[in-house]
Design a protein around this ligand. Structure first.
Ligand code: PPE
Length: 305
């Protein structure tokens, strides 16, 4: 169970956690067309700070644009509502989940006049793949489920329904004794994790999959930018699962997963079977940034007073 906080923002009102409910005929609940975000707020010496808030809000609106959802608020209003929700719940550190959903009204696949609603919840969420995983790496399984073709389910939008595919992959991986799943694209190349983007390091080159059948991850973007500033050779290009088997290092990135090293894929040990030098370096810079200890990237943090 996730720990309760005091209030959830629902269409402009701060509602008590236990009363933040919807009707069972809420359209999104039946058909999966809703868009959401996952954002983290970290404790810094200057107080709580939200990581890359503007980019997350922009992606929420882009998701809505792709899926023809008319959010009845401006980006500025949602941004302010997110900050307010963190404030009223007095969170020092939390995960933030804005959700845009189609409400109660007509049923069937054409909910023309149903209202579009927005909710924002916050809660404490520790290491997504476990503290141990964050430190020493996780065991991953290539999924028997593949990512949707981009014309079946557009991946630039972070929609609720996309995560059915992710859940199938995740359940399969866990039931086989692994920590996480790696999904391939429709052509058999590596795509991403169930809720993470993926990177490898081979011969000093950092590679990640191109933005064709994956979510445009904000942590992915952060890592690319940090690596560029560190003078690391970066490539955004397709690679296969066997290239991952023989990589020197591999890791997942995501808001929830942060930077989680991969120590094994399908029973093949990656590199030395522990977080590699470049992974550790990027992880350490990332955690300094989010905790407000790296001035160079301070524009990525929005302070919550
Ligand atoms: N790919 C997928 C499929 C994905 O869900 C995420 C985030 C990412 C990549 C990384 O994107 P970003 O967070 O912008 O770096 N997954 C979110 C949901 C996880 C969940 O279990 O819920 C997250 O990390 O918040």
């Amino acid at each position: 169970m996730i720990p309760k906080t005091a209030k959830i923002w629902m269409d402009g009102k701060l509602v008590d956690w236990d009363h933040a409910t919807v009707h069972v005929l809420t359209h999104t609940l039946h058909y999966g067309l809703g868009v959401f975000e996952g954002i983290r707020c970290y404790e810094t010496r200057q107080g709580p700070a939200i990581y890359r808030l503007d980019e997350h809000v922009a992606r929420l609106f882009n998701s809505a644009r792709i899926f023809l959802l008319d959010i009845p608020y401006t980006q500025r209003e949602i941004r302010e509502a997110i900050i307010k929700t963190v404030q009223v719940n007095r969170m020092k550190e939390c995960y933030i989940r804005p959700l845009v959903y189609i409400g109660y009204g007509a049923m069937g696949l054409y909910p023309k006049d149903n209202p579009v609603s927005v909710s924002i919840a916050v809660w404490s969420w520790g290491a997504y793949l476990g503290e141990e995983g964050l430190k020493n790496g996780i065991k991953v399984k290539t999924s028997s489920f593949i990512r949707n073709h981009v014309n079946a389910n557009m991946t630039r939008g972070k929609i609720c329904g996309y995560y059915v595919n992710s859940q199938l992959a995740k359940k399969e991986a866990i039931s086989c004794g692994y920590d996480e799943a790696l999904l391939l694209d429709t052509e058999g190349y590596v795509a991403e994790g169930s809720g993470e983007n993926v990177f490898i390091v081979r011969n000093g080159v950092l590679k990640t999959t191109p933005l064709t059948s994956i979510l445009e991850g904000i942590t992915r973007d952060s890592i690319l930018e940090i690596a560029k500033d560190e003078g690391i050779d970066i490539r955004e290009e397709r690679f296969t699962r066997d290239e991952l088997y023989i990589a020197d290092e591999a890791f997942f990135t995501g808001t929830a997963a942060e930077i989680t090293p991969i120590r094994e894929l399908d029973g093949r040990v990656i590199g030395q079977g522990k977080p590699g030098r470049i992974t550790k370096k990027l992880q350490s810079i990332f955690f300094d940034i989010v905790k407000g200890k790296n001035k160079k990237y301070k524009s990525w943090l929005t302070r919550v007073k």
